[in-house]
Design a protein around this ligand. Structure first.
Ligand code: MN
Ligand code: MN
Length: 466
């Protein structure tokens, strides 16, 4: 059927104007592959609750894909694939390209740490016949969201004799879970007067560990002792061993489909493991890249990237130096000619809370990965602010392969803000821009993403590497 002839104004509008559209409207054929792509993503999320577990899982995936442990004494050819693990929390995947290293690396960097409740160094106590763990939260959380949420205990304990013991309690259906309590509405009149940010306070995020005493009238803290006995039975640890441990309490539930149409994924820790997964899958898919690709999975982003497994450290720089040594390349030339995607999530527009967004520059669920020119707060402070030339190169890569993408800004000007690892790569003299999946309820114990966005983010990363 013939459409009505367009007016001159309508034609000019088509020619000069631009609009970002929902992928479900423009590419309905992508719905099925997107849903299929996210099945393994959910499994990845269930196996990657902490940065250590994510590192181990990525290493296992890479080995299956034929990656070998990086050997600085070896020479590598185009197409060779190696991996390196930094202190069990930070992974580098490399595929050597056809061009020389001095022509630049294509970096793709995502973080694998997520907000959570960490146990304090000396956490166990009992109060009024309940045994508890004291916690100190990690990253930006809205504390009130963590009360009455089933939690699992993950981590590692170094015993006195140097044995490393892994801990995971609460992930299996039959496992016990842990929880922070909150008041009942009947008695919360006073608590209701607190501001939302103060709804549950840091020192109120105490985790219930047990409520049965050790059977001995002569013991002072019998409820605490019972918990210690159970921890000793299961992990061989004593109270002193907590001081040599890293134990993270994370939501105990699994990733699941959300919505009648299964269009969305709900899971803990999608910031930023959704970008880690898509980055890994793209690294695996692009077997003969033009430029050498280095995919980095980093830690500590949620607390400022400090520490030697985070991007503020020299860990990546030292690794690149190793690559330069085997190729006889000058490191500064490598960086100068490199490009980097700082692959991190952005806030998706939330119709229920529309007034914190500037709708024209917000990212929307289902519109594809968000290209974020700048992050930061108060006049872009703390931002990398990508150049027009960098934006051109990344957009060109995506459009050549028909990848859907959108622009995005984290909320209205002066409404808040946030940062990513982009500035650290900028510091290294590398052209860098943020690209990642939009997320609803970011940093909540259960975050929401769109499968169409996840799939097109994967496609964008493939385009960038090709
Ligand atoms: Mn992030
Ligand atoms: Mn974050």
């Amino acid at each position: 059927m013939d459409q009505k002839e367009k007016t001159a104004g309508q034609k000019l509008q088509d020619e000069l104007g631009f609009e970002f559209k929902h992928i479900g409207k423009t590419h309905p054929e992508d719905v099925e592959p997107a849903l299929a792509f996210c099945e393994a993503y959910k499994t990845f999320m269930d196996n990657s609750k902490t940065e250590r577990e994510c590192t181990a899982y990525l290493e296992q995936m890479a080995k299956k894909e034929g990656y070998e442990l990086f050997d600085p004494a070896k020479q590598y050819q185009a197409g060779d694939r190696v991996y390196y693990v930094n202190r069990l929390k930070n992974v580098f995947l490399v595929t050597f390209g056809k061009k020389s290293l001095e022509e630049g690396i294509r970096f793709n960097i995502a973080h694998i740490d997520s907000p959570r409740l960490d146990l304090k160094p000396f956490p166990l106590y009992e109060q009024d016949e309940i045994a508890y763990f004291k916690t100190h939260y990690y990253g930006g959380i809205r504390k009130y969201q963590w009360g009455t949420t089933p939690l699992a205990m993950h981590g590692v304990v170094m015993l006195k004799d140097g044995t490393s013991v892994s801990i995971s309690v609460g992930e299996k259906d039959e496992d016990p879970k842990f929880v922070v309590s909150d008041l009942l509405p009947h008695l919360s009149a006073k608590q209701n007067q607190r501001t939302l940010s103060d709804g549950l306070r840091g020192e109120e995020l105490n985790i219930i560990v047990g409520n049965i005493p050790y059977q001995d009238e002569n013991v002072k803290d019998a409820f605490k002792l019972k918990a210690l006995e159970l921890l000793h039975e299961r992990f061989g640890m004593t109270e002193a061993d907590f001081t040599r441990a890293e134990i993270e309490m994370v939501p105990a539930y699994k990733a699941s489909d959300i919505g009648l149409d299964r269009s969305l994924v709900g899971a803990y820790g999608q910031d930023d493991k959704v970008c880690a997964y898509t980055a890994a899958m793209a690294a695996f898919a692009i077997k003969d890249p033009t430029y050498t690709t280095v995919t980095v999975f980093t830690d500590k982003e949620e607390i400022g990237s400090e520490g030697n497994t985070g991007m503020a450290s020299h860990a990546l720089d030292h690794f690149v130096e190793d690559l330069c040594d085997i190729c006889g390349a000058k490191k500064r030339n490598v960086y100068r000619h490199s490009m980097c995607l700082s692959s991190d999530v952005n806030a998706a527009y939330d119709p229920t809370f529309a007034d914190v967004f500037e709708k024209q520059n917000a990212s929307f669920l289902g519109h594809g990965p968000v290209l974020t020119k700048y992050t930061g707060a108060r006049g872009k402070s703390g931002s990398n602010d990508a150049s027009a030339e960098t934006m051109y190169k990344v957009i060109d890569c995506m459009e050549k392969e028909n990848v859907r993408w959108q622009i995005g800004e984290l909320g209205k000007v002066d409404e808040g803000g946030g940062g990513t690892i982009a500035l650290f790569m900028g510091d290294m003299d590398v052209d860098t821009v943020d690209l990642g999946v939009p997320v609803l309820a970011m940093h909540a114990p259960f975050e929401i993403t769109s499968k169409l966005d996840i799939y097109h983010t994967y496609k964008a990363f493939c385009a960038f590497y090709r």
